[in-house]
Structure formats: C-alpha cells, structure tokens
Design a protein around this ligand. Structure first.
Ligand SMILES: *[C@@H]1O[C@H](CO)[C@@H](O)[C@H](O)[C@H]1NC(C)=O
Ligand SMILES: *[C@@H]1O[C@H](CO)[C@@H](O)[C@H](O)[C@H]1NC(C)=O
Length: 594
C-alpha cells in the first residue's frame, strides 16, 4: 500500500516537562515511503541539541509498563517517565540533560509502513535516513548518538558502518554484531527457539496494519487503518522461515546482512554483559575488536538484560561519553588518546547468586588497556578418559572413547563432564576459549546412518563449597560461565582469514565449507567457546561439559528445530576419542596478576 508522506503529527508543549511530537514523518531517500517517529526535546529552545536516536521494532508508542510490567517495576526510578519504552533511553531523563530523543518505529512496524524485514540491509538503510534526518532538523545541533539495548544496539553497528552524516558516537549496549554467528546459527546450529519467541511476542505483535493492537493494550492502532491477513503476510519476511531455509553465509539471505566493522569510524562505547552467553556478548567483543574507530571502548556489566542499562552509575558513564562527542563537554578525556582505559572489566569473583543486583554490584572491577588482555597465558587443560581436566598431557598407550547419545535435549540432556582438581590458588580466566576435540559418531543398531554431529559445550564453575556457582542470565535465570557450539560438518577453519586467531578459530560457513562426516571416522574439531570471565578461588573447580544438545543454562535459547536437528541427520551415538594420537584439550585464557 503506497503511503504518501504526510505530517499528521502535532506538537505538545505543555503536558510534560519536555516537548513531545508524535507521529512525525521521516521521508526515506533510500527506498519508497516513510518512517514515523516521536520526538522528545527540551523546552528551552535557546540551544540546538544533540539527538539520541533509536530505530527498532518494539513500538515507539508502547509504554514500557505495558510491554513488560514486571521489568518496568524494577527499573531505576530516575529513568521512568510517561514515555519510557523497552530497551530505549528515557526521554524524561535525557531531555533534562539537554538531549533530544528521536524514537522511530522500524519500517513495517508500529506506525511505519513498508516491508517488515528485521535486521536486513533495507531496514538499515532506512535507519541511515533516520540518522541523517535527525542531524538536519532545525532544533538539532547536527550531532547524533545511538544508545539502546539489544535490538537497539545490534542495529547500531550496521548503520554506523554506512557512515550516515551527523552520526557522532554509538553506545551498543548488549548488541550482537554478527547476525549469523551471534544470533542465528551458533557454530552453524540453528538457534531457533529464541527467534520464535521474540518474533511472536515482540515483533509480529506490532506489525504495521495489524488489527487489534489498541484493544490488546499494545500501542495505538495503525494511522492508515488495518491491513488484511494476506496484506500483512505479503508485507513481511519471517526470520523463522528464512533461518530454517538458509544455512550458509554465502546464501543471499545471510550475505545481504554482512558488512565490515572496520567501516565504523565514529567513537564506540561497546558494553557487553558476561551473562549474555547465548546472544549479545560475543558481538560486543568482536564489534569492539574490529571497529575502525580511533576512539573505541569496551566495558562489561553483569545482571539481567533489561536493568543495568538504567543503573545510575551506568547512565553516568553513557552520558559522560555522549557529552564528550555530542555536546563538546569531555569531562574525563574520552576524546583524548590514552586518557581513558580502553577496557573496563567486572570480575566475577565469589558467589553473588543470580538475579541479585545488589550483590552483583559488589564484584570488583579493573581496567585494562586492550582486549584480549595482552598478558594472557593461553593454558591447556587436557581431557582424560577418567573425566579429568588436567595440566599434563596424558600419556595413553591405547585408544579409548567416551560415548553419549546424540540429540540430547534440555529435558533429556546427554552429556559428559570433565572436571579439574580444586584450584590450589586463585585463578582468573578472562578472554577467548577454544576446545580441541577428536570426535566421531556411529549409527544406532537398527537405526539410519547419521550424517553429522552437533557439539554443545558448557563451562561450569564449582565453588569451593562444592556447589555450582550460577550467574544472572538474560532473563534473570541461572546460567553457567559460558557455552560454545559446533556442527562437525562445518568444522573447516579458514586459517588464512585475517580474523583467524589461535584462540578463536575463524570459520567461513560457506556452502563449500561443508566436509563429510562418516560413521566411525574420527575428526579433529576446534570448538569456539564464547568469551568469559571468572575468578576461581582456592578450592574451586572448573567443569567442561560436552553434550549433544542444550543443557542447563540455555534458557529460552534452545536449539531444537526438528528440521535443522533432525533424527535423520543426527540420531545415533557420539564419541570422544582418547589415545596416543587423540589429544583433547581446552585452552583457557589465564590472567596473571598485574
Ligand atoms: C499518532 O497516531 C496514533 C495512531 O493513530 C494516534 O493514536 C495518536 O493520537 C497520534 N498522535 C498525534 C499527536 O496525532
Ligand atoms: C585430535 O584433535 C586435535 C585438536 O583438534 C588435533 O590436533 C589432532 O590432530 C587430532 N587427532 C587426530 C588423530 O585427528
């Protein structure tokens, strides 16, 4: 349905402490149509102000309290206003500090017509137009900053790589940067369950033209009226469908979402959460590592996905960074080379329980000048057929293997655990982890012949008391230290790629990357385990868990697509081999004291 850009907005100067303009139309240059936004800006119009922009699916007009009442009730009071919205900066707070806030509905969602195609090239190009428009408004000082969590962070990398005019700084707060590796296909395995949950609850529910939104208390109905079910379907690309149908990065679906992080030139404050072990953490680290920006900073937080962004001290950091690059007020030296530490760590020492913000705030912090930490000692721990994880290379005279069933599920996990001896002294692990394994599979008696192996790895921390220490996951659930995944047919590593590192194997995941997996044949596989941090106290132990499916701590992020993980492909037995030639080890980034 062609929609003519028409400005149906009105300006409200009196009802709030700031000016509110709702439904402002932004004409798109990159494609047909328009995007609609709300503008919140300070009442005093003496000074032109910098602009914070968000562009995403969760409804510019859906109040936070309606989007997620429980979460909103726990948000820091300083960041609650009439116009609070999920995962975005609070207009009440930011306008009182001299910023304008532009909150746009992504194309195809809320009040923005057009094709709903989340995380696509086209939608990033519309975001580009929104950024440039924001820098050109009469009330704008020409400088635009991006600040938001999750979707509102992941989208920042992509638009910043397009270098829109006016963009001056980005703060991707828990924002993945690699659509294929971080979000959709972990080691090539489809991460389907979260995408399904997210799509149904948080995206589809706000499609442009969807009837009944107002009745469901999910923002107002669509300005131009409802669309029919057929029109709605024609107007969207469904991530669930596309991700099952496509497997490789060189297929147009995934290829179209690629970009080069080095094209990002503006200052970056990338904030990852150690507990974000199934979606965002990896992207914050890789985004920081490869951004082409002169000024780039990496910080870590812990706690739930929704709350730390609004903690007082975290907002102070966001504002001091943004003031430096958007307001010309650099109080700490973000814009002075060498002045502010590039990396700021939270050190997960001791047991703070999970979903306990007060206890977590007591974790120590430390600054470092680079990531990975330059003094890292990459240290091997060898797996043994006696289920140990030891410092010495085991001297086997014979071969042996440990066997577990393929296709484990969260409900019926199939796993093997390798455990270290209790630590004799304090040991800090911070950085990238890789596991080197020799694996094979074979069919069940009477079963069909499988063609692949899916490896699921988990690292667990057993405290000195003997109890496992859990950390706060995305939704406040208890999670282990970290996880890693690898589909064995996609084990091929591109050692010639400039991003290949001994501690982080680089895989192309192209259609021609596929290697055969035959029953009985033993394959060496290097499995990327996502980066983590922990300080193990004397007496603590580390567990490496190898399984054939999701295990404790995966939360809503299950990998259980019956298409991607079919019986046909995977059913049977999986084995880990030990012997004079079969050496299996876990390489851990141990950090010696400064
Ligand atoms: C913006 O559009 C919505 C949906 O039609 C409507 O409820 C709201 O009143 C509009 N706002 C203004 C200021 O016109
Ligand atoms: C076992 O795996 C390791 C690490 O991936 C590899 O170096 C070694 O060559 C493998 N052994 C065999 C016999 O393939």
């Amino acid at each position: 349905m062609p929609v003519q850009p028409r400005d149906i907005s009105s300006i409200d100067r009196s009802s709030f402490a700031y000016i509110v303009e709702q439904n402002v139309s932004i004409p798109l240059k990159s494609s047909q149509g328009l995007v609609r936004c709300n503008v919140y800006r300070p009442k005093s119009e003496d000074n032109k102000c910098p602009v914070l922009v968000t562009y995403g699916p969760y409804g510019k007009d859906i109040p936070y309290k309606d989007f997620h009442a429980q979460s909103f009730s726990e948000v820091n009071q300083e960041h609650k206003s009439e116009h609070s919205a999920w995962e975005t900066p609070d207009p009440g707070y930011w306008t009182s500090h001299g910023y304008a806030v532009v909150r746009a509905d992504e194309r195809g969602l809320g009040q923005s017509p057009g094709v709903l195609d989340t995380m696509s090239k086209g939608t990033s190009e519309a975001f580009f137009d929104v950024v440039e428009w924001s820098s050109e408004q009469p009330w704008s000082n020409g400088k635009v900053g991006l600040l938001g969590i999750s979707y509102y962070a992941g989208s920042q990398w992509r638009v910043a790589a397009l270098q829109p005019k006016g963009l001056a700084a980005i703060v991707p707060w828990e924002g993945m940067s690699d659509y294929y590796r971080d979000r959709c296909r972990h080691g090539g395995i489809l991460s389907n369950a979260f995408i399904r949950f997210w799509w149904d609850r948080q995206v589809l529910s706000n499609q442009y033209g969807l009837p009944g939104r107002k009745a469901r208390n999910w923002g107002p109905d669509t300005i131009e009226g409802d669309l029919t079910a057929e029109e709605l379907e024609q107007n969207r690309r469904d991530q669930n469908v596309d991700n099952v149908e496509n497997q490789f990065r060189d297929q147009p679906y995934y290829a179209s979402k690629e970009y080069n992080l080095e094209d990002i030139r503006v200052p970056v404050l990338s904030v990852g959460n150690w507990g974000g072990i199934l979606l965002h953490l990896r992207g914050n680290i890789e985004g920081f590592t490869y951004a082409g920006s002169k000024f780039k900073y990496l910080r870590f937080c812990v706690g739930r996905h929704d709350l730390p962004f609004y903690y007082h001290e975290q907002v102070e950091m966001q504002r001091s960074f943004l003031d430096a690059f958007l307001h010309g007020d650099d109080r700490v030296g973000w814009s002075v080379e060498g002045q502010v530490a590039r990396v700021g760590l939270v050190l997960r020492k001791g047991d703070a329980g999970h979903n306990n913000p007060e206890a977590e705030k007591k974790f120590p912090t430390r600054e470092e000048e680079e990531w990975p930490i330059p003094r890292t000692l990459y240290t091997r721990f060898y797996l043994t057929d006696q289920l140990g994880l030891i410092n010495q290379k085991p001297a086997y005279k014979q071969t042996s293997k440990l066997t577990y069933k393929a296709l484990g599920t969260l409900r019926e996990p199939q796993l093997i655990q390798f455990t270290t001896a209790p630590m004799g002294k304090e040991v800090e692990i911070t950085g990238h982890i890789v596991a080197h394994l020799n694996v094979s599979m074979n069919a069940d008696i009477g079963g069909n012949v499988p063609t692949d192996i899916d490896l699921f790895l988990t690292l667990r921390h057993i405290g000195p008391s003997g109890r496992e220490v859990f950390y706060t996951g995305t939704a406040g659930d208890p999670v282990p230290l970290c996880k890693g995944w690898q589909r064995v047919s996609l084990r091929k590593v591109n050692v010639d790629h400039h991003r290949h590192r001994p501690y982080l194997p680089y895989r192309d995941y192209f259609s021609n990357s596929v290697l055969p997996v035959l029953p009985g044949e033993v394959y060496p596989v290097d499995v990327e385990v996502w980066p983590t941090n922990v300080v193990l106290e004397p007496g603590a132990q580390l567990v490496l868990e190898i399984s054939s499916g999701d295990t404790q701590g995966c939360g809503t992020f299950q990998h259980n697509s019956p298409v991607d993980r079919s019986d046909q492909k995977l059913a049977g037995k999986n084995n880990i081999h030990f012997g004079p030639k079969y050496v299996n080890h876990l390489t851990l980034p141990i950090i010696p004291p400064k």
